[in-house]
Design a protein around this ligand. Sequence first.
Ligand SMILES: Nc1ncnc2c1ncn2[C@@H]1O[C@H](COP(=O)(O)OP(=O)(O)O)[C@@H](O)[C@H]1O
Ligand SMILES: [Mg+2]
Length: 259
Amino acid sequence: MLECKNTSVIFDDGTKGVDNVSLSISNGEFCVLLGQSGAGKSTLMSMLNGLVTPTTGTVSLDSVEINKVTKRAIQQQISMIYQQLHLVPRLSVLHNVLVGKLFDVSTFKSLFKLFSREDERRACMLLDEVDLEEKHIYRRAVTLSGGQQQRVAIARAFMAEPKVVLADEPVSSLDPKVSRKILTRLKSASRQHNVAVLCSLHQLEYAIEFADRIIAMRCGKVVFDGVPSDLNDGELKEIYGHEYRALTPEERALLEQKT
Ligand SMILES: Nc1ncnc2c1ncn2[C@@H]1O[C@H](COP(=O)(O)OP(=O)(O)O)[C@@H](O)[C@H]1O
Ligand SMILES: [Mg+2]
């Protein structure tokens, strides 16, 4: 379980990126972190994976404070997926997935691509799970479409058998059809491997469609934490401020289906 207690991140200029947030996320839970640009989603994620030390409060994974363990130990347990596709362009699809285990393999071995058979088998299995056909696995990552690259990034994130995957706006550069496919794959990977996923999004419709739980932020604070069907217009106003919009009839119908 990933947990933060009374955490704040205050930048040098006084901005509160995260403002007194406490939450915990359990294994296998697919949580959407919802919020407008500037709400604090990326700062919260950087704090949860130890890149940013909270100004106050603590972050812990299975009751171990992450600021007390090495970066390597955190990397092994918490994987990231970013909006920009951080694949190594000239490496094959397969090797990009294997890169997910690099913390575990010496630089020397990785230079010569000396991964174990077992690792290669796992990489292929993960690529299969995200529906990337076998014929693509030796292609250079740079030659894939954006949606295919993001599926490779999902496979890579699960390569190291992490406890938590943090995905920071993984679909914001993709069209709706591809976005839905990516979110479907990410959610099923979370279920399959019993991994906690925190996926930030700014689109309400995807949050309603995919989230087991929505954690919504505004100005660094958590303003809603619950199941999608608990969202009402008042809460949406709180999340979106003057850019608030009411739920569409389709969204309402989807919420009713879920209750
Ligand atoms: N390094 C930084 N220094 C000062 N302010 C920052 C820094 N990084 C982010 N912020 C501010 O913190 C707030 C939250 O930013 P961010 O976490 O990037 O939001 P989101 O990911 O939801 O768009 C914003 O007001 C942003 O301008
Ligand atoms: Mg962000």
